[in-house]
Design a binder for this molecule. Structure first.
Ligand SMILES: Cc1cc2nc3c(=O)[nH]c(=O)nc-3n(C[C@H](O)[C@H](O)[C@H](O)COP(=O)(O)O)c2cc1C
Length: 359
């Protein structure tokens, strides 16, 4: 029976345990460049014992950043500073992952702490913002910019930028790829009927709405080494009757498996400003469980997993193959080291020699 501290092997990569750092925007970059903040933030979580550290949503083109302070990997200049981070993560036993993203109609917004002082979510173009794009001309919410509907040629250009970013991510030393297909960003806005009202081959039917996702994954998978894990994050449901559903996600996961996707990270929501989300302990776990069972693909569970026993139970009962933690790991980068003691696996994780006297 696997448990929280069992290694997980996917392709040629083995995670030392089933704990991953969920991608978390730090809103701390200039022109997409990682800096010392990212190095220390991500590095600490590798030292703390996570098996996998996934770098925040990293834009494949400047227009695809959520805020002007997001990370990006849209030029070759970005490769070197990421390499510094991946080397450190590997040195400390964590597998370095990256989430490649395009924010679509939810781009050009203020970082959370700047938004508090503003009257709109969207950053005006004369203050460092930019025009945003999406499947249709439907803004996410009041205060957000109205997206320009992408032409077919423009869709292809974005897919080419995903391809180039995938090559750069590999050159930067990443060993785990996550395509960001969740939270109302570009890929999700294509597959959800709420934001996609197109009448061409990228809109309308289920087949057409998932086309952007599948094509982009196919393009990226070709550039990503076969022996390294290629994963995706999806929003498993929009949480409304006329939106994307868990049944849609199961079908999508089956298609993704055929495209060579190795694991589905099962998040939810983000495409509607006021969805009735029943937030609570492990509220998205059921999606990871259903997709794993019904699409026959490994999954990651995420969302209000905060307790060691809770995380261990998910793995032991084979509800998911991996747990991803976000906010709990902001509070405590050493959570995995503490969790090992709680779940009766003391000794499963090496304490960094520099810290041994503290444990
Ligand atoms: C500060 C912060 C930044 C986040 N940035 C991202 C991101 O870049 N990409 C993403 O897919 N999710 C992002 N999320 C969502 C988390 O990855 C995670 O799915 C969510 O917080 C639920 O997990 P938790 O309850 O353990 O925090 C972010 C969450 C937080 C708190």
């Amino acid at each position: 029976m696997p448990h929280l501290f069992s290694p997980l092997t996917i392709k040629d990569i083995t995670l030392r345990n089933r704990i991953g750092v969920s991608p978390m925007c730090q809103y701390s970059a200039e022109d997409g460049m990682p800096n010392d903040w990212h190095y220390v933030h991500l590095g600490s979580r590798a030292v703390g014992g996570a098996g996998l550290v996934i770098v925040e949503a990293t834009a494949v083109e400047p227009r695809g950043r959520i805020s002007p302070e997001d990370l990006g990997i849209y030029t070759d200049k970005h490769i070197e500073p990421f390499k510094r981070i991946t080397s450190f993560l590997k040195e400390h036993g964590a597998v370095p992952g990256i989430q490649l993203a395009h924010a679509g109609r939810k781009a050009s917004t203020y970082s959370p702490w700047k938004e508090k002082e503003q009257s709109t979510a969207g950053v005006p173009n004369d203050q460092g913002g930019w025009d945003v794009v999406g499947p249709s001309e439907i803004p996410f919410s009041e205060g957000y910019k109205e997206p320009k509907e992408l032409s077919i040629d423009e869709i292809k250009e974005i897919q080419e930028n995903f391809r180039l970013a995938t090559i750069r991510a590999r050159e930067a030393g990443f060993e785990w790829m996550e395509f960001h297909g969740a939270h109302g960003y570009l890929a999700h806005s294509f597959y959800s009927p709420i934001s996609n009202k197109r009448t061409d081959e990228y809109g309308g039917s289920f087949e057409n709405r998932i086309r952007f996702f599948l094509e982009t994954v196919r393009i990226m998978r070709k550039e990503w080494p076969e022996n390294l894990p290629f994963t995706v994050r999806i929003s498993s449901t929009d949480w409304v009757d006329d939106g994307w559903t868990i049944e849609d996600s199961i079908e999508l996961a089956k298609r993704l498996k055929e495209e060579g996707v190795d694991l589905v990270d099962c998040s939810s929501g983000g495409n509607l400003p006021k969805a009735p989300i029943p937030v609570g302990a492990g509220y998205q776990n059921l999606f990871a469980e259903k997709i794993r069972e019904q699409a026959g693909i490994p999954t990651a569970a995420v969302g209000l997993i905060t307790q060691a026993m809770q995380a261990d139970e998910i793995i032991r009962n084979e509800k998911a193959d991996l747990v991803l933690l976000a906010r709990e790991l902001l509070r405590d980068p050493y959570w995995p080291l503490r969790a090992a003691e709680t779940v009766h696996q003391k000794g499963a994780l090496d304490i960094p020699v520099q810290y041994e006297r503290g444990w």
